[in-house]
Write a protein that binds this ligand. Sequence first.
Ligand code: FES
Length: 123
Amino acid sequence: MTAEVKRMLSEIGVDDGQIRSEAFGGGIATVATNGQAIGAATFTHSGKSVALRSGQTVLDAACSAEVSIDHGCRAGVCGRCKVRLLSGDVEMHASDVLTPRERTSGLILACQAKPRGNVAVEA
Ligand code: FES
């Protein structure tokens, strides 16, 4: 829902730098939509791709591409946003809900995963 509100605010002309969000349950989620271009996110199930900006999460990118990824807390706590990273590299500040087996099988938390360049995600 937060991503949708941010998208709507952007559409009515609110500057991205003026949009802030807060997530409860473990941290503050921020969305940087005005960062430097770093590549593209490809969502293999939906067949959609979207440009990535530095600081943007996989979930933010999915929302902007209108790709549905289940999510809840946006703080790396609930684990509802687990998706498989098929290629590329991401940085995650919070990922304690992922088991070692999930990590080695390529699962990431879309709400926490910030791509370092081009990524392909199973969504
Ligand atoms: S939405 Fe809860 S961990 Fe990502």
